[in-house]
Design a protein around this ligand. Structure first.
Ligand code: ATP
Ligand code: LTN
Length: 337
């Protein structure tokens, strides 16, 4: 008798660091796509807290940020019934596979990573080994769950490519072990820029608070930050080379409202930047309102958050343990039963 195999759902995995409150850049570039993929893919999403300590963190603040980032994942609409949600440090297999993979990654490859170059310039007094091997831990995060796609912002494309190279190398040396994943980068919102230096990406660890919109910013703060956003002296809302500030605001507005760049140009013909910035601020505040309300509720129930972390970590450890075991066996380690 012929059996009909149901094709397996494609898998997605991604993580966000607990280095501060997630920004509008994190949301438009990655997080909201995670929610979108939930029904179509088998998804696993994590708070990358081990990655966060590649730059110095204050312990009490780190703990708070891990809890808040986990709560925000729930607040944006990720459903633990549909997706695997967990905290990286609570699943020890990540650090274990990272070691195995680091012995299959070249010094030269890691030296070429632009995030390493940027972060070592920014933290010149603390260029630690973890900052250098950061992409190997990221490769472990990904490969443990055998995903087909990795939904990230454009800045993570290079790390995803390195992950593919490491996995391919491992598969060729030992036999097929890891699925080779593709980065999944959306067209709009993939690179939201700083409101103060619009050629740089918006980053949650920026020292200048006016440079980013945090997902926790209240409407007044959002409006004030957009009003202060750097633009130019042309006073014309149009998307063009050299108009980085305006282009960034147009992209944000487009990503939030779904309007095309042309429609936005039409909407603001004959109007100044004041009206435009108000419209962008209002649209963003409206988008964030329900997320903020759910976040406040979730943070009131620490026991529930912890219970969700616990069940997520257990499920993740089961999946990760299987892949880790497979990789160790292929490498020649003695596996005890
Ligand atoms: P940090 O400032 O601490 O380096 P970050 O803001 O870059 O952090 P991450 O936790 O490293 O945030 O990134 C989480 C996800 O958000 C990644 O998929 C990343 O590509 C995406 N992302 C980060 N910044 C932006 C941005 N400005 N625009 C679009 N996507 C972004
Ligand atoms: N390096 C990522 C965060 C990250 C990640 C991952 C993203 C850590 N592990 C696994 C996707 C998959 C960053 O955004 N800077």
């Amino acid at each position: 008798m012929e059996t009909i195999e149901t094709p397996r759902k494609k898998r997605a995995l991604s993580c966000i660091q607990s280095t501060g409150t997630p920004t509008l850049g994190n949301y438009l570039g990655a997080l909201r796509n995670w929610v979108m993929l939930q029904d179509e893919f088998e998804c696993a999403y994590a708070v990358a807290d081990l990655h966060a300590i590649t730059v110095r963190q204050e312990p009490a603040k780190l703990r708070q940020q891990i809890n808040e980032t986990f709560a925000l994942l729930l607040a944006i609409g990720l459903d633990p019934e549909k997706s695997l949600l967990f905290v990286q440090s609570q699943v020890p297999e990540h650090a274990q596979l990272s070691w195995l993979l680091s012995c299959h990654t070249q010094f030269g490859e890691l030296s070429r990573m632009t995030q390493f170059k940027d972060k070592s310039a920014k933290h010149a007094d603390n260029i630690n080994a973890g900052l250098f091997t950061y992409p190997v831990l990221m490769a472990a995060d990904i490969l443990l769950y055998q995903p087909d796609v990795v939904p990230v912002g454009a800045d993570q494309k290079q790390h995803c490519e390195l992950t593919r190279d490491i996995a391919t190398r491992f598969n060729n040396l030992y036999a097929n072990t890891f699925t080779i994943p593709e980065p999944y980068i959306m067209k709009t919102g993939a690179r939201v820029c700083s409101l103060q230096e619009p050629t740089k990406k918006m980053s949650k660890s920026d020292e200048n608070q006016n440079a980013f919109i945090s997902l926790k910013d209240d409407p007044d703060t959002i409006m004030r930050k957009f009003r202060r956003a750097v633009t130019d002296s042309e006073a014309k809302v149009r998307y063009a080379e050299g108009k980085d500030g305006v282009n960034n605001l147009m992209e944000i507005y487009s990503a939030v409202t779904g309007k095309t760049l042309e429609a936005i140009e039409d909407e603001f013909t004959g109007k100044g930047y004041g009206d435009f910035k108000t419209a962008v601020g209002e649209a963003v505040a409206l988008e964030l309102k329900p997320i903020q309300e759910r976040f406040t509720e979730l943070m009131k129930d620490k026991a529930q958050l912890e219970a969700l972390m616990k069940s997520g970590a257990e499920k993740a450890s089961y999946v990760a343990g299987r892949t880790l075991g497979k990789a160790m066996k292929k490498l020649g380690f003695v596996i005890l039963r």
